[in-house]
Design a protein around this ligand. Sequence first.
Ligand SMILES: Cc1cc2nc3c(=O)[nH]c(=O)nc-3n(C[C@H](O)[C@H](O)[C@H](O)COP(=O)(O)OP(=O)(O)OC[C@H]3O[C@@H](n4cnc5c(N)ncnc54)[C@H](O)[C@@H]3O)c2cc1C
Length: 436
Amino acid sequence: MKKTIVIIGGGFAGINVALQLAKKDGFHVILVDRNNYNFFPPLLYQVATGFLEVSNISYPFRKLFQKYDNVNFRLGELQKIVPEANKVILTTGELSYDYLVIATGTESNYFGIENIKKYGTPMKTLNDATNMRNFLLLKMEEATIETDEIEKKKLTTIVIAGGGPTGVEIAGMLSEMRKNIFRKDYPELAGYKGAIYLVDGGPKVLAPMSEKAQKYTFDTLVKLGVNVKLNKQVKDYVNDTVIFADGETIQTKILIWAAGVTATVFEGIPATSYGRGKRLLVDEFNKVAGTTNIFAIGDTCFQTTDKNFPNGHPQVAQVAIQQGKNLAKNFLRTERNESLVPFVYTDKGSMAIIGTTKAVADLPKPELHFTGFIAWFMWLFIHLVSLINYRNQLRTLYNWVAAFLTKDQSLRMIIRPASKHTEDAKTPTVLVPDAK
Ligand SMILES: Cc1cc2nc3c(=O)[nH]c(=O)nc-3n(C[C@H](O)[C@H](O)[C@H](O)COP(=O)(O)OP(=O)(O)OC[C@H]3O[C@@H](n4cnc5c(N)ncnc54)[C@H](O)[C@@H]3O)c2cc1C
């Protein structure tokens, strides 16, 4: 009898379980995702700024699984788990399982600030990235016809909240676009410099990285003309005004939110199985506390059994990939009645890009820190080879070479999906309303 493994979430973690078990006798794998594609979050910001196409960093699950008879895809969103019946309830029906793998990652955390959820621009999914691209381009178009000076300033001021890699990467990219592209694309705005702010509640940018990387990043952003404001906690976003905890304010119509993530709580799992950040508590084999055949991997789980990471692993792609592979191998070992292997994370280092030829990279063993051109080249290479297949790698490489040679790109189209009942091509769609 084949064992049915249902995987919820086809990100780095889930896809690696599915691919490791593909073509393996004894398993039927069903991968469930709310989207019909896998995507590569580290390059979302390049889609959001019009430097890469959506299809460069995404790939449909059904095409990916075409050649595997024992792997199926189901479009749907997990709603509830019924552990006593070994069943999951999806928005698109029910599935029974022998083993359940939860690999649902995280979502944007607005820390309970409703106005930011409503009026801020998040940066977590491919939908977020395309929304952000449309929104930025629409606001620039609005700026070209705005006659009120105060409103025009708000339209050309961008606040990015969150000084982690995503915030740094967006700030760097936008400041280079301001220098190389905006003045050519928007001659109506000649004389307007606009302003880009990167704000963080903590005292450093790229907090988990080395001091050398932090200093280089801070100095480089400042040189690029980004206003970096640290120890600035965003408290609210009202009437186009970002309000900080210390009372300071910045007027803007564009607040990009890259300030935090949270996991998701699912009905059916005991409340005691959730830990910090709503992450599922798992043992050394990634089994969820208080369950017998439910596993959690990647960003959504919290594991403290790894002796080098007693406070849990960082929420990064390599942890998700390695946990996915280890879990798949343990399923195979279970079938062969072999003992299971506990998860131990091999840290391969961390990196962030700030702009053309400007990046930082920290390697753990031997401990080495790179900045500038070498780190930039390493970043490009690692991100390129990490894309899901040759097709996406070649297309991304082509777009990067074109952008490098011309300091520009030609993907700044405002694409407005409209239902056939509401379509009105003459009216720009306001994707995120102004903060009220
Ligand atoms: C903008 C950005 C940049 C990043 N840059 C880097 C980087 O440079 N380096 C790095 O190491 N890490 C980076 N990360 C973090 C990295 O992307 C995550 O650590 C990694 O994606 C975690 O993998 P995962 O499989 O756990 O979750 P994800 O990759 O988030 O996958 C979760 C999957 O679950 C699906 N899903 C969620 N909820 C449900 C549901 N209820 N039902 C069905 N499906 C569901 C989602 O559609 C998604 O496909 C970045 C993240 C972001 C957002």
